[in-house]
Unconditional design. Structure first.
Length: 385
């Protein structure tokens, strides 16, 4: 299992030696306050070392099973795809005060993971807090108890597979993008193994049913229509023929079915060049496992680069640069780092973010992120403070 057991053994041994040294010979002071004599053992130190060692070992098991699939941890674990957790132990309990990426831990488990991360970051584990009993769980319904008409499978799948990134109306207010009203788009995305997730057709149908059930909106107010006032037409002048509305661009339908599940037109407008880089081979799986034909690639690119409806093309008038830090964070950062209030990069400076983009840290060296100016990065940093 990589070199994890070796690193853990060294870390735990160093911790035990450091703690037990408080009661060693040579005139040291014991944990009970008196002078320690040669050959004596300090029961309090042994108990503390044993408790700390058990917490670190338990944290290792939880890290390997729940965290290592995405993250890395210093020299103990160097192969994760996302952020390195080294030195972030103090954030762990806050991250798991709720459900992080669909994973729920008891308070004691969060403390154990923190102890393991601290040891592998060269930090002495924080003193164990008085154990807080975990919240009681509701008893399982007795056999034969009638269940609600709607299956809970869709809810469980959403909580475990979708809630880590997305939000859903009033059911789930944290995350991005919003899935309310996008049941059909979710079906399309999951059929293409969105983010590497593969589900049976029945599971996809259950998730869609759950999303649509939580996408209800109030009925629109009735529209009051007023009969049009007839306009007299001069007999000398024929009545004008109304100009038909222009047909929707060819790429709009493809964008709505293949891209709009995650992206908005506003954030990609004028950036049609990204389509070719994300889908280099027509007819083959590209970005997020989605397949586009050559015609769809051309149409979507033209749709994104076309001027707004009714507005003449104006190459000399660039689109306004968004400088609102919260908006920029939601559009460029929230998908991976969570909502602004619970972001795992709070306190990051603009220079830190620029450096991460330049070094392609965690896959951040994309053309989209490289397009951000230093002024925009500073706005994001201010929003994270």
């Amino acid at each position: 299992m990589k070199t994890k057991n070796v690193v853990l053994s060294i870390a735990v041994l160093g911790l035990a030696v450091a703690i037990s040294g408080c009661g060693s010979s040579g005139g040291g002071v014991s944990l009970s306050g008196g002078a320690a004599t040669s050959g004596q053992q300090t029961p309090a130190a042994d108990s503390t070392a044993g408790t700390a060692t058990a917490a670190v070992q338990a944290g290792k098991t939880i890290y390997d099973g729940r965290c290592a699939g995405c993250h890395k941890l210093g020299s103990y674990d160097t192969t994760g795809s996302y952020m390195d957790l080294m030195g972030t132990g103090n954030n762990i309990e806050a991250k798991f005060s709720g459900s992080h990426n669909g994973i729920t831990l008891a308070a004691t488990e969060s403390r154990d993971v923190r102890a393991f991360i601290d040891v592998n970051s060269g930090i002495a584990p924080a003193p164990a807090a008085d154990p807080t009993p975990d919240a009681p769980t509701s008893p399982a319904p007795a056999a034969g108890t009638p269940q609600p008409a709607t299956s809970t499978n869709g809810k469980n799948l959403y909580d475990g597979r979708c809630a880590g990134c997305h939000k859903l109306g009033s059911y789930d207010a944290a995350g991005s993008p919003e899935l309310a009203g996008k049941g059909s788009a979710v079906t399309t995305k999951l059929a293409a193994s969105h983010m590497g997730i593969t589900l049976a057709a029945t599971d996809v149908a259950d998730i869609r049913t759950f999303i649509e059930a939580n996408s209800a909106s109030p009925a629109p107010a009735p529209v009051v229509t007023t009969p049009p006032v007839p306009v007299p037409v001069s007999p000398q002048e024929p009545a004008s023929t109304p100009t038909p509305a222009p047909a929707a661009p060819a790429g709009k339908a493809s964008f709505d079915s293949k891209c709009a599940g995650c992206h908005s037109f506003a954030t990609l407008s004028g950036r049609g060049n990204l389509v070719a880089s994300k889908f280099p081979v027509a007819g083959a799986a590209g970005h997020n496992g989605i397949t586009l034909s050559a015609t769809e690639i051309t149409d979507i690119r033209s749709y994104l680069d076309a001027p707004a409806a009714g507005q003449p093309a104006s190459p000399s008038a660039p689109a306004p640069v968004v400088l609102d830090g919260q908006t920029l964070y939601a559009n460029y950062c929230a998908l991976c780092h969570g909502s602004l209030t619970r972001s795992d990069i709070r306190g990051e400076s603009a220079s830190d973010t620029q450096s991460a983009i330049n070094r392609n840290k965690g896959g951040m060296g994309t053309a989209t992120l490289k397009s951000l100016t230093i002024t925009q990065l500073e706005a994001i940093a201010n929003a994270l403070r």
